[in-house]
Design a protein around this ligand. Structure first.
Ligand code: SF4
Length: 232
């Protein structure tokens, strides 16, 4: 761990946190709801995800068994507002069938293994990519992995730390090698970066003068673009 980078990362966190306050992530009532949100959130606003989650509750299907019971067309209908809903319905269904069949539907039993074994298992499931797997590991299984995403890439490129084409793995390594392994810090840090990415460091018109990082940002703009719509 390089102490100067650790210090700089903690300063970045402090600056954002002091202005923005706690973000209370992940906004969910249960661990299963975190999983559902993590699967549904890609390429869509969080508002649409909450609508889909509300639909699942109204249907009495917000559980492993509930999703397993639903027909695929009905599941698609309930989460239609989340874009790519056919693929997302398949991802949700396959996740739930897997946990039901391998772990008797017990999410805690599924999570009860070392972090990297859990990550490998999640990544082996249909449609679960690194960001989704890591969000589930950090926010639902509550294990200390650092979640990164397109906002992290954009903000930390503009701050001067990353090359715009840096890989997911290298971004994650950067944080995990330079910060103490701390679930609460990892939880809040990722949430705060996403807040800056969504509110200030937008793709086309960053609002630097209002951004909590304005005083320390080198404002490197290599012209990156991504498909992220919003954060929870
Ligand atoms: S100061 Fe501007 S470029 Fe730097 S992180 Fe904030 S919004 Fe992005």
């Amino acid at each position: 761990m390089e102490q100067s980078i650790k210090k700089a990362l903690l300063e970045i966190f402090r600056l954002i946190y002091e202005k923005e306050g706690p973000r209370h992530w992940w906004p969910a009532q249960t661990k299963f709801e975190v999983v559902v949100g993590a699967i549904l959130t890609q390429f869509v606003s969080w508002k649409n995800v909450t609508e889909a989650i509300r639909n699942l509750y109204s249907e009495g299907a917000m559980s492993i068994e509930g999703i397993c019971r639903l027909s695929q067309p009905r599941l698609q209908e309930l989460i239609r507002c989340t874009r790519f809903y056919k693929q997302k319905a398949r991802k949700l269904k396959e996740f739930c069938l897997y946990v039901r069949d391998r772990y008797r539907g017990d999410l805690l039993l599924f999570f009860d293994k070392d972090m990297y074994s859990l990550r490998e298992e999640l990544l082996s499931l249909y449609g679960i990519g690194e960001e989704t797997a890591d969000s589930i590991i950090l926010y639902a299984a509550e294990k200390p992995i650092f979640v990164v995403d397109s906002y992290t890439r954009r903000v930390f490129t503009r701050l001067g730390y990353f090359h715009p084409q840096i890989s997911y793995r290298d971004m994650q390594r950067f944080f995990m090698e330079n910060l103490d392994e701390d679930i609460r810090l990892f939880n809040e840090y990722h949430a705060q970066i996403d807040g800056v990415g969504a509110r200030y460091c937008t793709n086309r018109k960053p609002r630097c003068s209002q951004c909590p990082l304005d005083s320390i940002c080198v404002k490197s703009f290599p012209g990156i673009s991504d498909g992220k719509a919003s954060a929870p």
